[in-house]
Write a protein that binds this ligand. Structure first.
Ligand code: 5GP
Ligand code: MN
Length: 335
C-alpha cells in the first residue's frame, strides 16, 4: 500500500469514483463517506456512495444520504457503480469482511482501491494507496487531513463540516475518549469557522430517537445486564424476542454497550445481540484491557484497543457461555 499523498496531485482530474464503508454504517462511517463525497464532487468527479447494508434512520438528516445506494436493497445499482469506478475509496474499515455480502465484489473490482481508516491491523495488501492510522480519533478526522493535506482546505463548506463533525463527535464519545488529541479540537475550531452548527448535529444524532428505544434501554438495563464483579465485567445479552417486543430497528442498539462502563470498577462491557444471521458482539473497555485482541481471539472480530466488535455463528446461549469462559481465562488481565 503506497501513501495516500501520492494521489493528491490527481484529485483535480475528474474520475468515476465509488466510496464504500462498513456494514450498518455509524456516524463516522456515513459522515466520512459523505464528507468525502461532497469534497470530491466539488472537483467534478462522478461519485457514488455504496453502503453494504441499511443504516439507522436517525442518520438521514446528513446531507447526501438520499443518494447513498444500499447494496442489499439495490445490488444491481451498486454493482454497476463498482464496475464503472476508476477509484474505490474504502472508509472506516480495515478488512473487506466488514462489508458483509459486499466483500466478494470488493475483492473482484479491477479499479484502484484506496483505504482511509483508523482500525488496527489493516489488510494493506488489498489496497494500492491508503492512510491507516490508529492514533486518529475517527475516519472523519482522516478525511479532514486528506482535504487539508491535499491543499484544498478552502473547499470545506458547512455541508462537509456537518458530515465530518458527526463522525468525530460520535467516535470520540463527544470528545471525552483518550483519542481526542489537541488536533481534534483544532479541526472542530476550523469547522466552526466554516459555519458549523454543532448543537444541531448533536441534536440530530442524540435527540432523535423514538419512544420505544428509550423504553428498550430501560428494560435492558433493568433486566438484561449481568454483572460479574469478580472479573470487573458486565454482560448484556439481547434475544430476538426483546428485539421484536420493542420493535428495535437498525441503530437502536447503538451506544448500549457503553452504559455498564459507567459503573465503578467495571473494566469490560460486552453486548451481544441475536441477529437473524449471526450473534453480533460489541466490546468496550476502560484502561488497560485490550478488547481488540479479545475480539480477535474469541469472536472473529477486532477494532480498537478500547472498542471492538465480533460475531459468532453459535446460538445466543452458546456464545454467552463462550464469553463467560473467555472472561475467566482473562481473569488476571481484568483484575
Ligand atoms: P461496534 O461495537 O460499535 O459495532 O464496533 C466497535 C468497533 O469495532 C468499531 O470500530 C468497529 O468498526 C469494530 N468492529 C465491530 N465489529 C467488528 C468485526 O466483526 N470485526 C472487526 N475487525 N472489527 C469490528
Ligand atoms: Mn470510526
Amino acid at each position: 500500500m503506497k501513501s495516500i499523498t501520492e494521489i493528491y496531485g490527481l484529485l483535480t482530474t475528474p474520475r468515476r469514483v465509488a466510496i464504500t464503508t462498513h456494514q450498518k454504517p455509524d456516524p463516522d462511517a456515513m459522515g466520512s463517506s459523505l464528507g468525502l463525497y461532497h469534497f470530491l464532487r466539488s472537483f467534478g468527479h462522478q461519485v457514488t456512495v455504496i453502503s453494504p447494508t441499511n443504516w439507522a434512520s436517525w442518520l438521514n438528516w446528513m446531507p447526501g444520504t438520499d443518494k447513498v445506494i444500499d447494496f442489499e436493497a439495490s445490488p444491481d445499482k451498486a454493482e454497476e457503480a463498482l464496475k464503472n469506478a476508476e477509484w474505490l475509496f474504502c472508509l472506516d474499515f480495515n478488512i473487506f469482511s466488514r462489508t458483509k455480502n459486499l466483500a466478494p465484489k470488493l475483492y473482484e473490482v479491477r479499479c484502484t482501491r484506496i483505504l482511509i481508516d483508523h482500525h488496527q491491523q489493516p489488510d494493506a495488501d488489498n489496497f494500492e494507496y491508503g492512510a491507516s492510522d490508529t492514533s486518529k480519533s475517527s475516519t472523519c478526522e482522516m478525511i479532514y487531513d486528506f482535504i487539508v493535506g491535499s491543499g484544498h482546505r478552502d473547499r470545506i463548506n458547512n455541508t462537509i463540516a456537518e458530515c465530518l463533525y458527526a463522525g468525530v463527535m460520535a467516535d470520540t464519545g463527544s470528545f471525552r475518549f483518550a483519542s481526542t488529541h489537541a488536533g481534534v479540537h483544532r479541526m472542530v475550531a476550523e469547522l466552526k469557522d466554516k459555519g458549523l452548527d454543532h448543537a444541531k448535529v448533536h441534536e440530530n444524532i442524540y435527540d432523535n430517537f423514538l419512544e420505544n428505544r428509550l423504553r428498550f434501554l430501560g428494560h435492558v438495563l433493568m433486566n438484561r445486564m449481568e454483572l460479574y464483579y469478580e472479573y470487573n465485567t458486565a454482560l448484556i445479552a439481547i434475544s430476538k424476542k426483546d428485539l421484536l417486543r420493542f420493535q428495535i430497528k437498525t441503530g437502536d442498539t447503538e451506544g448500549l454497550v457503553n452504559y455498564p462502563l459507567s459503573i465503578q470498577g467495571i473494566k469490560l462491557a460486552a453486548l451481544v445481540i441475536d441477529r437473524d444471521e449471526e450473534r453480533k458482539w460489541s466490546f468496550r473497555s476502560k484502561g488497560g484491557f485490550d478488547v481488540n485482541s479479545f475480539a480477535r481471539k474469541y469472536f472473529n472480530g477486532g477494532g480498537h484497543f478500547n472498542a471492538a466488535g465480533g460475531r459468532s455463528p453459535d446460538s445466543l446461549e452458546t456464545t454467552v457461555q463462550k464469553f463467560l469462559e473467555a472472561m475467566k481465562e482473562n481473569a488476571s488481565a481484568l483484575k
